[in-house]
Design a protein around this ligand. Structure first.
Ligand code: PLP
Length: 432
């Protein structure tokens, strides 16, 4: 590997002008140490930094790039749209096309409103649930991340966990008081909250298959039980599939676990790498959204024509080529090989996988919730992470993030990755 000298000097300048030198905390590499490579370009499964280093990318912009970097169907759609004007603040046919496609792919959604980020989608979904039910409280799960709106920055995962601020300063006491949080995979804890406050709970919001404390899977029957409990108390169930949508399966985790939420949030893959997210659900509920109903929500750039073009191109290609099913099979091959490499090196790991997502947890026991995730061997993770990076494998720089594969990842990429993992796990074992 070349040095990171150009990246390092740009990073030094970045820190003068941008907090931490980055526009989203986890990019700073603070939790693993060292300087982040600054990216010059992406192509297929690869990233190239300013110093000319090539990496096989398992971050994929934290999920969106299901087809890989700069897939021609996406870039051509964006170029074509750009030539016709980049924003109108007026309705377009492309918005209808993407809305229709999303409602077809996720049958629990009768109607959908496009926004620009997952944060906006979940924030709006909660406002909608409160408006619709006339109740104030929401329930979330410890270690689930739903973006950075105030109400949801309570016991939050992802970067909030990585940097030790799951409850951010700046969130008012009043806001935090109406957010009730419980451990994931613990039905009695949720039942207790409902028995105490059920009539005040507007909604339960959850990642059905959390990916923001690393990938954690729900126990058998858990999601169904939550669906029943919310129904019993007249609370809505908001399924946040910003990450899992079009990643766990084409119809999202709700299709895998057969649960029908009231509201679904989507993001990441839905925009094909451009800023798009969405919330939607049952018609009766969506009719509360302005201008039909009284719940206000708006956006200058919402439904942006470039973003819609990218989303339509990516999702259409996904659907026509059965990309999610292909990636599920390929992911099994990769994760089995990674687990075997760790076993051979004598490093205890758990490698949960789902669709095109996986996490390598440095843990002897299965990771079922936030407490288990934070008990992982983070020193071992750091050694593994840096060794992989030096060998040209770009992984998320935190134990509490999920890895992603794309359609562009080849057998050769996987073979290189597994060879690198053999070295990295041995290094982690030697440090003990
Ligand atoms: C990434 C993510 C969000 C936030 O989306 P942004 O576009 O980063 O605001 C919300 N929920 C989940 C489950 C996510 O993974």
């Amino acid at each position: 590997m070349n040095t990171l000298s150009k990246s390092s000097s740009v990073f030094a300048e970045a820190k003068q002008y941008i907090p931490g030198g980055v526009n989203s905390p986890v990019r700073s590499f603070r939790s693993v140490g060292g300087n982040p490579p600054f990216i010059a370009k992406g192509e297929g499964s690869k990233l190239y930094d300013l110093d000319g280093n090539e990496y096989i990318d398992y971050v994929l912009s934290y999920g969106p790039l299901l087809l890989g970097h700069a897939h021609p169907v996406v870039t051509e759609a964006v170029q074509e749209a750009a030539a016709k004007g980049t924003s109108f603040g007026a309705p377009t046919g492309a918005e209808v096309a993407l809305a229709k496609l999303v409602c077809e792919l996720v049958p629990s959604m009768d109607m959908v409103r496009m926004v620009n980020s997952g944060t906006e989608a979940t924030m709006s979904a909660i406002r909608l649930a409160r408006a619709y039910t006339g109740r104030d409280c929401i329930v979330k799960f410890i270690g689930c991340y739903h973006g950075h709106s105030d109400a949801l920055l309570v016991h939050a995962g992802s970067g909030a966990t990585t940097f030790g601020v799951p409850d951010s300063p700046g969130v008012t006491k009043g806001t935090a008081e109406t957010t009730l949080s419980v451990p994931f995979n613990d039905l009695p804890a949720l039942e207790k909250v409902f028995s105490e406050k059920g009539k005040e709970i507007a909604a339960v919001i959850m990642e059905p298959t959390p990916g923001n404390m690393g990938l954690v899977l729900p126990k058998d029957g858990y999601l169904q039980a939550i669906r029943e409990l919310t129904k019993k108390y007249g609370s809505l169930l908001i399924i946040d599939e910003v990450m899992s949508g079009f990643r766990s399966a084409q119809g999202g985790s709700q299709s895998l676990y057969h649960i029908e939420p009231d509201i679904t949030c989507l993001g990441k893959v839905i925009g094909g790498g451009l800023p798009v997210a969405a919330y939607g659900g049952k018609r009766e509920i969506m009719n509360w959204v302005s201008p039909v109903g009284p719940m206000y929500q708006a956006g200058t750039l919402s439904g942006n024509p470039l973003a819609m073009a990218a989303g339509i191109a990516a999702l259409t290609y996904m659907k026509e080529n059965d990309v999610c099913a292909t990636l599920t099979k390929r992911n099994a091959e990769l994760t089995d090989a990674l687990k075997a490499a760790a076993d051979a090196a004598g490093v205890p790991v758990q490698v949960p996988r789902l669709g095109s997502m996986f996490t390598v947890f440095f843990s002897e026991k299965e990771v079922t919730n936030y407490e288990d995730a934070t008990a992982c061997d983070q020193d071992a993770f750091r050694i593994y992470f840096h060794s992989m990076l030096e060998q040209g494998i770009y992984l998320p720089p935190s134990q509490f993030e999920t890895n992603f594969i794309s359609l562009a990842h080849s057998d050769e990429d996987f073979a290189k990755t597994v060879a690198a993992a053999n070295v990295a796990f041995k290094k982690a074992a030697e440090s003990k």
